[in-house]
Design a protein around this ligand. Structure first.
Ligand code: ZN
Length: 125
């Protein structure tokens, strides 16, 4: 198992401090929503909160309310969240792909992290 120093752990904790409230807020919202891709009614559950840009890579927008899309999660029939986070082909096959791509372009203007070329491929930018 990978070991972290106390300092590294404290840093991680501090970076992620906004997440509990963020997820709580979006779970409340998702209770009234349907899956953005297919329209299946959502349950208001954490796995329905999808980050558009991965929170692990883009910490600067980890808790940005525009970095969220509500998609069917673990308890949904559709499995749209896992397709969104899946292979490039899976992502690109979603009906929301082109509208998401426009939002991704705006989000990328905000991020402070470096952007890997693979992300441009993934979003066909
Ligand atoms: Zn769905």
């Amino acid at each position: 198992m990978k070991r972290y120093s106390k300092k590294a752990l404290d840093k991680r904790k501090e970076e992620r401090a906004c997440l509990p409230e963020f997820f709580q807020r979006h779970i409340e919202i998702s209770k009234t929503k349907s899956c953005a891709n297919c329209g299946e009614k959502l349950k208001g559950e954490v796995s329905e909160i999808a980050h558009r840009l991965a929170k692990s890579t883009f910490k600067s927008i980890m808790c940005d309310d525009e970095n969220v899309v509500y998609l069917g999660g673990r308890f949904s029939k559709c499995g749209c969240h896992s397709l969104y986070d899946g292979t490039n082909e899976q992502l690109q096959s979603l009906s929301i792909f082109s509208t998401e791509k426009e939002i991704i372009k705006e989000l990328l203007e905000k991020v402070t992290e470096e952007i890997n070329y693979k992300l441009y491929d993934r979003w066909q930018l």
